[in-house]
Design a protein around this ligand. Structure first.
Ligand code: PLP
Length: 433
């Protein structure tokens, strides 16, 4: 029962430094958020000690009375958070992450080497939606399945449903995946359902990024049209790092979807569930079901719109010219600046962002864009006026990056790095939690 600081001061020190970074910096990574203290307490609890392979009331280990209660509670809250009828929808809350949730969903829905279509990675899709390059099948979703990416329209940068429809007629997929990691606009799930139905294909939505906003009813509802919906729990949903798989119980195409999904999670893809994480997810879902959640989600979107408007007002180019959700995709190519450079510079300034491919980028290694998100800043109660200040910081960061680039400024940059590291030394009082 000795505390961490006594047993392992080295790890404690790293935690303190990261705590300091999170509390003093501006977190603008669209896939991140700041969980509540309650969620962290559940996630860091004694439940980590328990093995519980199987499902509630059907485990491969004894001693699971309370774990069963927890998993049933978590499932109930997951359905409540998304306003789902338990007679029509079920959920598996055991996936360790979004990637394992997606692979388990593919395992449940289609056979090895069957065909799937997902949004291409350079157009905003996720690795787990069938990504491969000309040289290599990079991900399990393209190694074990035949995949063909659909894309966004060259000019509007919106999902090109027309070309998806004609590509699907040629490719004849068994599964269409919608959802993205870097797409600032909402989805037309009805249109996707119609395309999937033409081929008797399943429709799966991966709402990892937007699930918190969907739970609040602030975006279109994929549950009205999809067979399976997966999500991570740690982005807009503000939970610990994990995944969920929702499945239709009333699917005519696959009346056994519940068994298929449950078997795909365990034993096909995973072992024992991480019960401490499931507890954290349950707490986060409780918070996402409160009336205050809607206000949070609305604010996330309003903050993202403010950020987009401010950047456009400064003359910058945004992909799709704005946003419907928590995310802004900033095209830096007109400035002749790479996303990697701005990301590095912003790290030194205490602003955390990530480089991201924008439509038509030649290289994924040195992409021409930046992805920004407002979920974490909104969790810190920031409102539109605060976001305007943040947009001003980003503008100044770009000006600085351009200046450094113009002066071909290794000297200037070195001086700047030195000054920034001195400041980091003064991190006393880092124990903020
Ligand atoms: N799906 C989407 C759309 C994502 O954006 C991500 C991660 O960013 C994932 C799945 C994978 O989630 P995880 O990192 O938890 O495996």
């Amino acid at each position: 029962y000795q505390p961490l600081a006594e047993i392992d001061p080295e790890v404690q020190n790293i935690i303190d430094k990261e705590t300091w970074r999170q509390f003093t910096g501006l977190e603008l990574i669209a896939s991140e958020n700041l969980t509540s203290l309650a969620t962290m307490q559940a996630n860091g609890s004694i439940l980590t000690n328990k093995y519980s392979e199987g499902l509630p009331n059907a485990r491969y280990y004894g001693g699971n009375e309370w774990i069963d209660e927890l998993e049933i509670l978590c499932r109930k809250r997951a359905l409540q958070a998304f306003n789902l009828d338990p007679a029509k929808w079920g959920v598996n809350v055991q996936p360790y992450s979004g990637s394992t949730a997606n692979f388990a969903a593919l395992t449940a829905l289609i056979q090895p080497q069957d065909r799937l279509m997902g949004l291409g990675l350079p157009d905003g899709g996720h690795l787990t939606h069938g990504y491969y390059t000309a040289k290599k099948k990079m991900t399990a979703s393209s190694i074990y399945f035949q995949s063909f990416p659909y894309g966004i329209h060259g000019e509007s940068n919106l999902i090109n449903y027309d070309s998806l429809s004609s590509q699907a007629r040629l490719f004849k997929p068994k599964l269409i995946i919608c959802g993205a990691s870097a797409y600032p606009r909402d989805w037309d799930y009805g249109r996707l359902r119609a395309i999937a139905d033409e081929h008797g294909a399943f429709l799966m939505a991966d709402i990892a990024h937007t699930s918190g906003l969907i739970a609040a009813g602030e975006l279109n509802n994929p549950f009205d049209f999809c067979d399976v919906v997966t999500t991570t729990t740690h982005k807009t949903l503000r939970g610990p790092r994990a995944g969920l798989i929702f499945f239709r119980k009333d699917s005519q195409q696959a009346p056994d979807l519940e068994k298929r999904v449950n078997d795909a999670v365990f034993p096909a893809c995973q072992g024992g569930p991480h019960n401490n994480t499931i507890a954290g997810v349950a707490t986060a879902l409780l918070q996402a079901s409160q009336p205050t959640w809607k206000a949070y989600a609305k604010q996330v979107i309003s903050n993202a719109r403010t950020l987009a408007d401010e950047l456009v007002a400064q003359g910058y180019k945004l992909q799709t010219k704005g946003t419907d959700n928590h995310l802004v995709l900033w095209d830096l190519r007109p400035l002749k600046l790479t996303g990697s450079k701005l990301e590095k510079l912003c790290d030194l300034l205490g602003i955390t962002i990530n480089k991201n491919a924008v439509s038509g980028d030649a290289s994924a290694q040195t992409p021409g864009g930046i992805r920004l998100g407002t979920s974490a800043l909104t969790s810190r109660d920031m409102l539109e006026p605060d976001i305007k200040v943040v947009a001003g910081f980003l503008h100044r960061a770009v000006q600085l990056a351009l200046l450094i680039q113009k002066e071909s400024g290794s000297k200037l940059l070195k001086e700047f790095v030195a000054a920034a590291s001195i400041e980091q030394e003064g991190k006393e009082g880092a124990k903020l939690v």
